[in-house]
Design a protein around this ligand. Structure first.
Ligand code: KIV
Ligand code: NA
Length: 264
């Protein structure tokens, strides 16, 4: 089977079909999600926090994310793999954005890139799209701007909702193929979804967006203090804790290994 493409994503909106996106950062996880039929995987700069243990997304580098993106591409065969452009790799100029995005496409085999922001990144989006690189936008709570926001809080309430709507229309006009809406009121996400012909992908944006995305460690129950918008579909932290304790007990008690796991 072939990979999901931006055309499939566009067709889903035309048919009013909702779809799921999850993050992935390694080959084995990507394989599981790919086999489960997840159409789009995001190698998010959330890797800074969930993979590398930083307390924000800012420190992760292009090199870090290229390694992870390459692993996700190798581990999957159906999903479209979108790579986040990290903080500092695109803001300076369209030229810088093009150089960074080109590395993700050539060195990692990414199929699209994502970057954060509205009107201030339109020249970047136009440069990437005209170079043949599909771009996913990201509005609302854009974690690379956490120091401007003064924390991780809901965006687009009141007056600033009009600004977000204008940004969303501008991203579509600049050629973005989709846009993530993070931590925005449901009614604003609904209005943006209705106003755009490209799909909206919600995270903490209510049930009305065209798609939904979650960080996989959040939905699997690995994250210690998940946000309000997270639903836990598994308890991997609990499962892994029990499993590794069982292994530890078996080692201490001499119950593992037995002949079954040994060579004669
Ligand atoms: O980095 C990330 O995981 C993201 C998603 C939450 C949209 O940007
Ligand atoms: Na991100």
């Amino acid at each position: 089977g072939r990979r999901v493409t931006v055309r499939d994503v566009a067709a889903a909106k035309a048919r009013h079909e909702r779809w799921p996106m999850v993050t992935a950062y390694d080959a084995m996880t990507a394989r599981v999600f790919d086999e489960a039929g997840i159409p789009v995987m995001l190698v998010g700069d959330s890797a800074a926090m969930v993979v590398f243990g930083y307390d924000s997304t800012l420190p992760v580098t292009v090199e870090d994310l290229i390694s992870l993106t390459a692993a996700v591409v190798r581990g999957s065969s159906r999903a479209m793999v979108v790579a986040d452009l990290p903080f500092g790799s695109y803001q300076a100029s369209p030229q810088q954005a093009l150089e960074s995005a080109t590395r993700f496409m050539k060195e990692a085999g990414a199929h699209a890139v994502k970057l954060e922001g509205g009107s201030r990144v339109l020249p970047q989006i136009e440069a990437l799209v005209s170079a043949g690189i599909p771009v996913m936008g990201h509005l609302g709570l854009t974690p690379q701007s956490v120091n401007v926001f003064g924390g991780y809080r809901v965006q687009g309430r009141g007056q600033s909702g009009d600004e977000l709507m204008a940004d969303a229309k501008a991203l579509e006009h600049a050629g973005a193929f989709s846009v993530v809406l993070e931590c925005v009121p449901t009614d604003l996400a609904d209005r943006v979804t209705a106003a755009l012909s490209i799909p909206t992908i919600g995270i903490g944006a209510g049930p009305g967006t065209d798609a939904q995305v979650l960080v996989w460690q959040d939905l699997m129950g690995l994250t210690e203090h998940p946000a309000k918008f997270v639903k836990k579909y598994a308890d991997l932290a609990g499962d892994m804790n029990r499993a590794v304790r069982a292994f530890a007990d078996d080692v201490v008690n001499g119950a593992f290994p037995t002949a079954e796991h040994s060579y004669s």
